[in-house]
Design a protein. Structure first.
Length: 119
């Protein structure tokens, strides 16, 4: 599967953005979808993941209550709604996919999309 992420940009602290990840192929519902991020000078970290059908989700503690992951299997698209953005959310965000439920390990990675939160 090939993944392409969209929606990054510059936003003020407290604002919101929605990232989208479009996947190629006809088996989108066979993949667990997720998001990772990497801030400047820091290691890459897990952000969120959603199940095959989208009926369950898992979040990093740092984004819980502010971010929401979802998916539309009919559109081959996963989303990350980011609300109440903080300066520390500034990072390159990567969309990921995997056929296995491993939560923190993914075989497929999209190109990143940059999110910059300003004060």
């Amino acid at each position: 599967v090939q993944l392409q992420a969209f929606g990054g940009g510059l936003v003020q602290a407290g604002g919101f953005l929605r990232l989208s990840c479009v996947a190629s192929g006809r088996t989108f519902s066979s993949y667990v979808m997720g998001w990772f991020r990497q801030a400047p000078g820091k290691e890459r970290e897990f952000v969120a993941a959603t199940s095959f059908s989208g009926d369950s989700a898992y979040y990093a503690d740092s984004v819980k209550g502010r971010f929401t992951i979802s998916r539309d299997n009919a559109k081959n698209t996963a989303y990350l709604q980011m609300n109440s953005l903080k300066l520390e959310d500034t990072a390159v965000y990567y969309c990921v996919a995997d056929r296995l439920v491993r939560l923190f390990e993914y075989d497929y990675w999209g190109q990143g999309t940059l999110v910059t939160v300003s004060s």
